[in-house]
Ligand binder design. Sequence first.
Ligand code: PMP
Ligand code: PLP
Length: 482
Amino acid sequence: SSTKGKPLARRWDDLLTPETKARKGSTLKAAAGFLSRPGIVSLGGGLPSSSYFPFAQLSVTVPAPGAFSERETSQSGVQLSADKHSLQTGQSIFDISTGLNYGQGHGAAQLLRWVTEHTELVHAPPYADWGCNLTIGSTSAIDMALRMFCAPGDAVLAEAYTFPTFVEASRPMGLRTVGVPMDEQGLEPGAVDGILEHWNPAAHGGARKPRVLYTVPTGQNPTGATMGEERRRMIYEVCCKHDVYILEDEPYYFLQLPTYDADATTQTEKASSHADFLAGLIPSFLSMDVQGRVMRMDSFSKVIAPGSRVGWVTGSEQIMERYKTHVDCSTQGPSGFSQIVLFKLLEEHWGHGGYLDWCKYIRSEYTERRDVIVRACEKHLPRDIVSWVAPKAGMFHWMKVDWKKHPLAASWTHQEIEEQIFMAGVDHGSLVTCGSWFYADDDVEEEQMFFRATYAAAPFDQIDLAIQRFGEALRDVFGLQN
Ligand code: PMP
Ligand code: PLP
């Protein structure tokens, strides 16, 4: 990759917390640097000898490139194996004896390199000194980032409806999460600007003007909202204006779906080449980050498997170096089993192109599921009280219910009606989640009511059935004819 002519990232000494600044990293891991001296005999680090790892070989069966379905994998799947000493024998650059031993907090160099190349390929960050660090998933990355950038008493901005784990990680750290109004494309730039421009600490428990924005730009959880390119540029600009650092949480980035077409019976995957596929994706904040003010979180959870517990963060060298001091003394790198298996799959089997093909495959599967749920809604839901926008990414369908039309709207609270609808859904055999479970703010003026349905997990025919049942529940609650 070329860094020539690219600017250096801004420094963040003014933002980092005292905890993060005080971190010196791991003394023992620093000593490991000397192990690369030829001929040195280590009596230093407490690395167990790999002779005592009770695994001589690991093997997994995975899809051949281009034959990705479960059925095809059972017929033409390819067996990948990792041996204990293939590094010594020159058969591979990664093996069991290395992968299962202690390593650096940024993860095994072999997998880290793949992830860095992938990031260059997909996002090409426009500044010179960026880097990646493996994580054990974005949940952990959020926790580490909050410790790095937010001190107790600080406020953090987020979408008005947000990923609950972010709120649940923030509050016990003494942080205030502040919701920003959203539309179909997520965060409204004018609203972000307004909140920052007119920030009054007294109205926020004394919190200083926020310096951090947490956002899920693609297929946002729970609203399914996706920011277009122009929207992202506007948000980035507002963040520059108010010197706000961006935590970009993007587990659904590759689940960008073609626009819903009510008339099409099936949607075929249109992008043919890898270049077309990449060019068709909405550019990330990272890809427009000329200042190094974004820490992007990627995760294999939604495109490979959540239990792999592997993801990565990307940011400026200063931020990555600080990040590593956190992980070195906490999670360390991801599990060696995961790293070995992912390395075999991504580097030695699929390669970058094969992985993009896999992402295209996953995306086409989600397109079909999205189409099924939206069609089911068109068929089964009472349109005069429920409305929605077909999701353009991710795995969430966000339904707005006009609760003011409830027969008891004048005497019942928002919460009572929301709960009644939720329970009626359960009683009819359909489980959705309540919008109020996702509030960023702790006190919200409850104007609107939403329910989230995911089309990620249920079998196709059951998605339709579940929506039909939710429709029956709504008709019951609102006293409408079935
Ligand atoms: N506690 C003690 C006392 C240790 O010696 C070690 C390993 N050197 C650890 C914790 C770290 O354990 P783990 O690999 O499970 O994080
Ligand atoms: N961030 C968002 C917005 C999510 O929706 C999720 C999963 O639900 C996560 C992070 C968790 O990701 P991980 O499995 O990488 O910790």
